[in-house]
Each structure stands twice: as C-alpha cells, then as structure tokens.
Design a protein around this ligand. Structure first.
Ligand code: PAF
Length: 279
C-alpha cells in the first residue's frame, strides 16, 4: 500500500493503477462502517484509493474540528489489512492553498438547505466542495459513501449529475453496533451512560418504520411521537422527518419509497441516523 501527500504524487501514483478505480473519501478515525465501504469498493473496482482528510470547510464549529479524533497510524494499518492500493493523506495546505475564505465553493441548493443543513450552516457546502475536489484529483470511475449520511449522499449524487462529472456514486448500508447504534467516529465522545442512551435514536426510527408498515400514514403524528420517545429516553432531539427517499421532499400519503431521518444531541455528540422504508 502506497501513501502520498501531495496532489502531484497522487496523480503520479494513480497513473500507475488501472483506470478501473474506486475512491473512498474519509476523514479518518476508521471503524467497521468505513471498512464496509472499502470492501464494497474492492468488489466493484480493480484498484482502491482511500483519502483521509479532516476537511475544515465542513465544520461549522471550530471546537468540533479541533476535537475530531485523528488516528492516522491505526487507520493506515487497517487499510493495509484491507488490501487498499493507495492512501491519500494531504495536509490542509495541499487542499486549500491560499486563503480558504476566497476558495471556490460548490453549492447544491435545495437538498442542502434542510435538516442537517439547517442545523449546521455551511456544512454541506464544505462537503460538496471537498468531494468535488477529491473526485477531480483522483478521477475515479466510482466513489463509495455510507448511507448513514443519507442527506450527504443525495447531495453528492445531485452534484455529480448537475456538473456532469464522469463518476458513479455508490451508497453502502449503515453498519450498526449489536444494539442498533449506527457506527460513527462521534460515538467516541459518549461516556458509558450516554452510550446506553444513544440507541434510542435507532429505536425511534425502527418504531416509525414498523408503524408505517402496519399502515399508519399520519406523518406529523408519527414524527411527534418519535421526538417524544427520543426526549424521554434522554436524547435532545434536533429533528425527525419522514421524507420522500428520492429528494427528501414532503411525502404524499401514497408515497412508496420513504426515508426517515433523525438527529439528536447527546453530551458532546450529535448523532444522526436514518432508515429507508419501501412500502
Ligand atoms: O462522510 C465523511 O466522512 C465526509 O463528509 C467526507 C465525505 C469524507 C467529506 O469530507
């Protein structure tokens, strides 16, 4: 496994690999969820490139950026074990030379403005900008992302379509702990008691899926019940929405492809999760 840090080294290393390339963009602190993305990438492409870059542009709070766990040595070890071909670990100066304040940004309006976009102003511009840059740097045939960040995945798909970027975006199912909690680097912020409370977000999603499957269609009432359930379990709910899976719009009563998205604060962590339901 080769590791490169500059864009010039990256281009040189990529030119030695086949054009059947998959990119897995990450911010490091890798867990089983990331490894599932790498495994899917290996199934779909001849060579796999993983990027590790904690992108300052997508953090709405400086404190969160500073606290974000950085575990590079262990990450590299895990990626080597997974048979990754190339790891790109650029310093901030390679990605954002000059002042970030005047750097070109990519904005995907509409789907970026709701839910996590509302709670974290500027976050999705940061995400679409860095993903656009990484896709241009690596020029992969496919790029793989987790469905845990469902809204992020939709935004990236829209960006790629709108900008006619020649890459297939692949989503991979969320990997969960045995009690249902979606794996996330931010779970590291939870203490023992909070860790016991955290699966309440998944339980609220799951109960809503069950109710929908049993025929319930009063979406506002279901959302309200889920928010109450989360709060009484000890979470501080941010949002909980039942949406059309294709564009996160308000669903009609007869909509068949839904996604339920939830977010909540718990101590230092902000948890997000979602479940898709096809009725
Ligand atoms: O999902 C993430 O880890 C990040 O948002 C991504 C896609 C690597 C962009 O920094």
């Amino acid at each position: 496994m080769k590791r490169v840090e500059s864009i010039a080294q990256l281009r040189q290393a990529v030119s030695c690999l086949s054009s059947n390339l998959a990119l897995v963009p990450t911010m490091g602190n890798l867990h089983e969820g990331h490894l599932a993305l790498v495994r899917r990438a290996r199934e779909l492409a001849g060579h796999v490139v993983v990027s590790i870059f904690v992108n300052p542009l997508q953090f709405d709070r400086k404190q969160d950026l500073q606290a974000y766990p950085r575990t590079l040595d262990r990450d590299l070890e895990l990626l080597r074990e997974e048979g990754v071909d190339l790891v790109f670990t650029p310093p901030e100066t390679a990605v954002y030379p000059g002042s970030m304040a005047v750097h070109t940004r990519v904005e995907v309006p509409g789907v970026s403005d709701v839910f996590c976009g509302q709670s974290r102003p500027g976050h999705f511009v940061g995400v679409s900008t860095i993903v656009c840059k990484l896709l241009n740097m690596v020029q992969p045939r496919i790029a793989v992302f987790g469905k845990k960040d469902f809204q992020q995945l939709l935004i990236i798909k829209r960006m790629v379509e709108d900008l006619a970027m020649p890459v297939d975006i692949v989503g991979v199912d969320t990997v969960r702990e045995p009690d249902g909690l979606a794996m996330s680097s931010r779970n590291n912020y939870l203490d023992t008691q909070q860790r016991q409370i955290a699966p309440a977000l998944y339980h609220a999603l799951k109960n809503t899926v069950d109710a929908l499957k049993q025929g319930a269609r009063d979406f506002p009432a279901l959302e309200h019940a889920a928010l109450e359930q989360m709060a009484s379990a000890g979470l501080q709910p941010d949002y909980f929405h039942i949406c059309r899976a294709d564009d996160l719009g308000k669903p009609e009563q007869n909509e068949r492809k839904l996604v339920i998205l939830g977010a909540a604060f718990l101590g230092m962590a902000r948890l997000i999760d979602n479940l898709e339901v096809h009725l």
